[in-house]
Structures are given as structure tokens and as C-alpha cells.
Design a protein around this ligand. Structure first.
Ligand code: CDP
Length: 229
């Protein structure tokens, strides 16, 4: 049976997070941002002294995963938000230091296995609601039976422009060329890793959002889901 999941995958700064959050709102669905989970594990590693990609090893992160606690809790605005060890990491998750280490951390089998179990278990708590889950491998590895799969892209130039404009990640002081280079490096690691690489599921609807507004993308996703529900 198909899972009541809307899988939204795609490369860095493609607009997935905004589209996923708005689509979830329109559909009254639970929204799960799996990038935040990988970023929280990375932050936990940094707090324990991990500072460079070559320090992101299976051995080190197995110990770190044994020590940390990832949960969801209601934030002061009343929305469910990720907590690391009982506190909201908030903006720290989007620091340039976390951004520089998250893709190497996301190549680790122990990290992917740990988060996969948690991501799948969230589907058991839905109580008839839909879930929008956003990431890199949701339609391919986490929920290959998701009822809806979208793969959201935009040209590298457009994505760098969006990231700089939105400052979703703290990129103050960076130039467009620097942001483009960071995004390209993250895409390279994400799409060439051995486990669950970034790629569209064969049955995903691909949306090139270059030249589209956020509202247009959200409408395309929600129209299809509402039509097929
Ligand atoms: O928001 P942005 O597109 O920049 O990235 P994100 O969704 O916050 O994800 C950060 C990083 O986590 C990605 O570049 C991947 O390395 C990793 N990730 C992953 O491997 N699998 C996922 N399902 C989600 C994120």
C-alpha cells in the first residue's frame, strides 16, 4: 500500500523547504524537514570537537549518536520544532560551519541508519493525517512507497541567487560566486555518496522551478495531491 507521504527531494537551495512548509499548511499535513536532522547531528559533533571533514568518521559519530537526544517539541510560536539535547538549536543549524560539515556527516552509514529509523517511525504517528517529508533521499530510500514524489530543482545560478537573497543560511559577507561554490560542493558530495545519493526517484515528478514563483510551485504540488487524494 502507498504511504500517505508527500516526498519532496532536491538539491541545496532549490526552494524545497519553503515549498514543503507551505504545501503542508495548505494540505493540513505534518511537515518534516530532514535536512534539519542532519544539521543537528552535525552540530552535536561540532560541540564535541569535530571540526573538519576528515574528522567525520563512523567511529566518532557512533559514539556521538549514542550520547545525543533528538526530539520534537512545541516552540514558543506553538509549532513543532527539532530539539537537540532538550534545547532548540534554531539559527545555529544554518551557520556556515554546520553547512560546511553537514554533507560529509551525511555520507556516514551510522548517521543515515539512525535517522532513517526515526524518519520512518514518524509515519506511524500520523493518525490519518498526510505528511510532507523533505530531503535528499525521501522518495528513493526512506519512503519508496510514498504516494506522491516531487523532485525540485533550479539552475545552480538561480539557487545561489535564492540562497543569497533569502539568507536562509547565514551567508552574510559572502559573494554570489562563493555561495555558488559552496552549494556546488554540497551537491557533489550529496550526489556521489555511496548510500542513498541525491537523485530523483524514477517515479518522481520533476519540477524545474527556475523562473517559477514559490506560489506556482506550491500550487503545482498541492493541486496534484488534492486531485489524487
Ligand atoms: O536547505 P538546504 O537545501 O541547503 O539543505 P538541507 O535540506 O538543510 O540539508 C543539508 C544537508 O543534509 C544536505 O546537503 C545533505 O548533505 C544532507 N541531507 C541528506 O543527506 N539527506 C536528507 N534526507 C536531508 C539532508
Amino acid at each position: 500500500m502507498k504511504q500517505p507521504v508527500i516526498a519532496i527531494d532536491g538539491p541545496a537551495a532549490s526552494g524545497k523547504s519553503t515549498v514543503a512548509a507551505r504545501a503542508a499548511q495548505v494540505l493540513g499535513a505534518v511537515n518534516v524537514n530532514t535536512g534539519a536532522m542532519f544539521r543537528a547531528v552535525t552540530l552535536a559533533g561540532m560541540r564535541r570537537g569535530v571540526g573538519a571533514p576528515d574528522e567525520c568518521t563512523e567511529e566518532r559519530f557512533r559514539t556521538i549518536l549514542d550520547e545525543i537526544r533528538l526530539t520534537y517539541a512545541k516552540n514558543p510560536e506553538g509549532n513543532m520544532e527539532l530539539q537537540l539535547d532538550g534545547a532548540f538549536p534554531g539559527a545555529e543549524l544554518r551557520s556556515p560551519e554546520v553547512a560546511a560539515l553537514v554533507s560529509p556527516v551525511a555520507t556516514l552509514a551510522c548517521v543515515r541508519e539512525y535517522l532513517k529509523k526515526w524518519q520512518r517511525s514518524l509515519a506511524e504517528t500520523l493518525d490519518g493525517r498526510l505528511m510532507v517529508m523533505e530531503g535528499r533521499d525521501i522518495g528513493t530510500a526512506i519512503f519508496p512507497d510514498a504516494k506522491w514524489k516531487f523532485f525540485i530543482t533550479a539552475t545552480p545560478e538561480e539557487r545561489a541567487r535564492r540562497r543569497l537573497a533569502q539568507s536562509g543560511e547565514n551567508v552574510s559577507g559572502a559573494t554570489l560566486a562563493q555561495v555558488a561554490a559552496q552549494i556546488a560542493e554540497r551537491d557533489r558530495i550529496d550526489s556521489t555518496r555511496a548510500i542513498a545519493p541525491l537523485r530523483p526517484a524514477p517515479d518522481a515528478e520533476q519540477i524545474d522551478t527556475t523562473g517559477m514563483t514559490i506560489d506556482e510551485v506550491v500550487k503545482r504540488v498541492t493541486d496534484r495531491v488534492q486531485h489524487e487524494i
